[in-house]
Ligand binder design. Structure first.
Ligand SMILES: [Zn+2]
Length: 252
């Protein structure tokens, strides 16, 4: 059942599913990797294919679906989820999930790990893929992380979460991963780069300035402000990137 709106796109042999609008909700899933990235909501058809979930930061639009996720893993009789959060938030996230279980008179198995930039998490998927996630330093209003996913040591996917564009320059893997999911909170009209940087986000102009550095095969731009209608922001992006970075730029 599709209970929460999201988009799906097949990029090579991987499927990217998700939705992302600033201050509304951000969540991603790569079913082939049984991997979730952020949990602003948790669509019920993500549950089976999300064994590990990596949270970039604890703003509400990135974690509100976390409780649904742990509950649905149990109710679907799946292995307990492994959740990774920036270490500073470990205790508060544990309290958040504990309070929900108390209110729900329920007890669900899960593990929450606190992690820091530079940490590596390795595992094998049920169908035998060898994966490694690297936590990356990013710059947001609260402590935050980005993630790079390596398959057999090849950077297949990178995800910035919410961050100033400086994180792109600090972590070259953002430019190198086969698929980059990148925040681009503002694409113009009323939001100057200076204003967007005050909120520690990335502006279309930041991406334009770095356009020759992206070596990715696909660049998914997401987390646009909810104050702009989708057709309007598509027009803005198309006006600034007429060839869509050689056809690689996907407005999500
Ligand atoms: Zn945020």
């Amino acid at each position: 059942m599709r209970d929460i709106y999201y988009r799906t796109k097949k990029l090579g042999d991987l499927t990217v599913r998700g939705a992302s609008r600033a201050s509304i909700q951000t969540f991603w899933n790569v079913p082939e990797y049984e991997l979730g990235l952020d949990a602003g909501a948790h669509p019920s058809d993500f549950t089976v294919k999300t064994h590990r979930l990596f949270i970039t930061h604890t703003h509400r639009d990135h974690i509100t679906g976390l409780y649904q996720y742990i509950a649905r893993r149990k109710k679907t009789n799946l292995a307990p989820p492994e959740i990774y959060v920036p270490e500073y938030s470990l205790e508060a996230v544990s309290r958040f999930l504990g309070a929900f279980q108390e209110l729900d008179e329920a007890c669900y198995p899960y593990t929450v790990h606190g992690i820091n930039a530079g940490d590596l998490i390795e595992w094998q998927t049920n169908d035998g893929r060898t994966l490694c996630v690297e936590a990356l330093e990013t710059f947001h209003r609260i402590p935050s992380l980005g993630y790079a996913v390596y398959e057999n040591s090849v950077p297949r996917l990178a995800y910035t979460g919410d961050t100033l564009p400086d994180a792109l320059d600090l972590n070259p893997v953002f430019y190198e991963a086969e698929i980059l999911i990148m925040e681009m909170t503002a694409s113009g009209t009323g939001y100057t780069p200076d204003l967007i940087h005050q909120y520690e986000h990335t502006h279309l102009q930041d991406v334009l300035e770095r356009q020759n550095r992206f070596k990715n095969r696909w660049i998914v731009a997401a987390h646009f402000t909810c104050k702009q209608a989708f057709p309007e922001l598509c027009r803005n992006v198309a006006a600034h990137f007429p060839d869509r970075l050689g056809g690689r730029l996907i407005v999500w």
